[in-house]
Design a protein around this ligand. Sequence first.
Ligand code: NDP
Length: 280
Amino acid sequence: LRARSDPTFTPRPTLLQKEFDLTGRVAVVSGGNRGLGLEISEALCEAGAIVHCLDLPETPGDTWHATQKYVKRLNLPSARLEYANVDVTNQGLVWDTIEKIAENEGGRLDVCIAAAGIITGSACLDCPAEEFSKVMNVNTNGVFYLAQAAGRQMVKYGRPGSIILIASASGTVANIGEQVVAYNASKSAVLQIARSMACELGQKGIRVNTISPGYIRTDMTSVFLDARAQLQDTWASQNPLGRLGRPDELRGVVTWLASDASTFCTGSEFVAARGDLLGI
Ligand code: NDP
């Protein structure tokens, strides 16, 4: 009532806003140089987090730098975006990097998001061993090494934490016309990694969940969309919302899962609009 009648009144944050607040929380995000990983990093910073992006290039790309400038302009007391050149398939490097990040941040790591991933297309009968191994190595092994490294630091410092693995509906369903056997297999494994880790780590206050996005236009999907003119319409028609997603549409679910607003959620898969799971 006071807010309506008094133009100078500034409301205090509501309980819900406080629960979503990530001020001072330390997060790591793999694949943070571009695509969904970068979008997720920006969202966490906007909620006040200190975000360490892990990715392949020695120096991050222009889009990452633009996001870093944007985060500085947000003028939030603790929000920060850092970058580390880490190949997630190198377990030793992943462990060492995460250990150093937690140590340098005063003994804390609160959030871990594994978004790095690759896709290749080969007919299942022709898929070479190197291609199959490469996809499994990045999408499954790399996701596991990062989740493992983060879990170790959360346990070491005795703090609760949220680990979020970006899986895919392709980990559950396969479609006629798609030749992505390695990708589908790798994402299926991610779903089980999350469930297994959730069971083992729950009593230590560490939550592990997956997000399985429907089709979103990024560099990864553009390769397929640009090659087949009708594909965008096909994907859109398979989606209950009748369209592809935008990278920014994952911001809400990621921030929610990273925050105290979801403290009773673990071992769950959150599917962001993919119709084939609904029989469309
Ligand atoms: P992009 O190809 O746009 O980005 C992938 C990112 O992962 C890049 O930054 C890439 O680095 C990084 N990366 C790849 N390999 C490694 C590695 N070995 N170590 C560290 N980083 C690596 O993909 P998206 O943003 O679209 O996908 C992000 C995640 O979401 C993936 O796991 C993908 O499978 C999943 N997903 C995406 C969907 C979509 O529709 N886009 C749907 C469902 C799931 P670099 O910049 O150096 O290439």
